[in-house]
Design a protein. Structure first.
Length: 319
């Protein structure tokens, strides 16, 4: 016989199980944000850590000498209706002996909104202090690569680091004659570069194509800027090319390497550099790490008929 007490007890037990008959637990709250943008990969004995600085809204109109309809077809073939927000990535290269940061993100500059400037927080999430960076290597001195060098007060963020960049890049931005002759529309780029480099004036190393440290070689790939460079990382039989702004969109620039980007100083030269680099990495099977492809920016450029295709790297444990 069922008593009133046993009926109440069984009802409470059923309620605790929920409609599925399984135990009912409190729902997890919505997170409302991503986990830290940190991803590591090994190149031989060298550890590369990708850091997300965030993303910026850049549309089809930023690409010229391509019909917008063709650009749209390229995107739609990959399931995209419009260009996805453009990533900005930086890379820490730890050789075991020294720690290098390749590019720095945009820092406190809010020109592209509040979705950027996350490199510092992600550097901390990776367990790396700014004081542990021995050198910052710049692919070039545009704001989204160099303004992370400084604090919001304009002081050096990396107090123990030297800054390494191609001499053609430093000479272009710091030359008074070039600055005075630059059109007004270009002056803000000079102001940004000069502001970023100023605190490092006495610890700036200007180089030509050369090995800048064991396993790290800087190579000029001019066009996007006069001194835009790529960095080859080598360890044992393994290699990686940190490609900077060789490509700004992994879909459009691989299908149409000749496409000019809005911020290219010399679009024709940038396209020629892009074609040479694509040919090299596709022929030699060298993976890349790129600033503006979706985070973490690791992948490969492979041939696809007369053009190329970007294949993102797969997630995995460190070897």
């Amino acid at each position: 016989m069922i008593s009133r007490r046993s009926l109440i007890a069984s009802s409470l037990a059923a309620a605790s199980l929920g409609a599925s008959g399984l135990p009912a637990f409190a729902k997890a709250p919505l997170a409302g944000r991503q986990v830290p943008g940190v991803f590591r990969q090994k190149i031989g004995s060298i550890e590369i850590t990708a850091l997300s600085d965030g993303f910026a809204p850049i549309g089809i109109e930023a690409f010229s000498n391509i019909d917008p309809a063709e650009a749209k077809r390229i995107l739609e073939a990959a399931g995209q209706k419009t260009i996805a927000p453009t990533a900005i990535n930086a890379f820490v290269v730890n050789t075991g002996a020294k720690t290098y940061l390749v590019d720095t993100g945009i820092g406190s500059n809010k020109a592209f909104g509040n979705t950027l400037g996350r490199m510092r927080a992600n550097l901390a999430a990776a367990g790396i202090e700014p004081s542990q960076i021995d050198a910052v290597i710049l692919t070039h001195a545009h704001a989204d690569h160099a303004e992370g060098l400084i604090t919001s007060e304009g002081k050096a963020r990396f107090r123990n680091a030297e800054v390494i960049l191609h001499e053609a890049e430093a000479n272009f931005w710091l030359d008074e004659g070039i600055f005075s002759r630059a059109p007004e529309s270009a002056k803000p780029f000079f102001v940004s570069a000069r502001k970023s480099l100023a605190p490092y004036a006495k610890r700036m190393r200007k180089v030509k194509d050369a090995e800048i440290a064991p396993g790290l070689t800087l190579q000029l790939a001019a066009g996007h800027t006069p001194g835009h460079s790529v960095i080859r990382v080598s360890s044992g039989k393994d290699q990686l090319l940190i490609a900077g702004d060789t490509l700004h969109n992994a879909l459009i620039h691989t299908v149409r390497p000749d496409t000019v980007f809005a911020f290219d100083a010399d679009g024709k030269q940038a396209a020629e550099s892009r074609k040479k680099i694509f040919d090299m990495v596709a022929t030699d099977g060298i993976p890349i790490a790129a600033t503006h492809v979706p985070f973490p920016g690791f992948g490969r450029i492979v041939r696809d008929g007369q053009a190329y295709r970007y294949v993102p790297a797969q997630w995995g444990d460190l070897a």
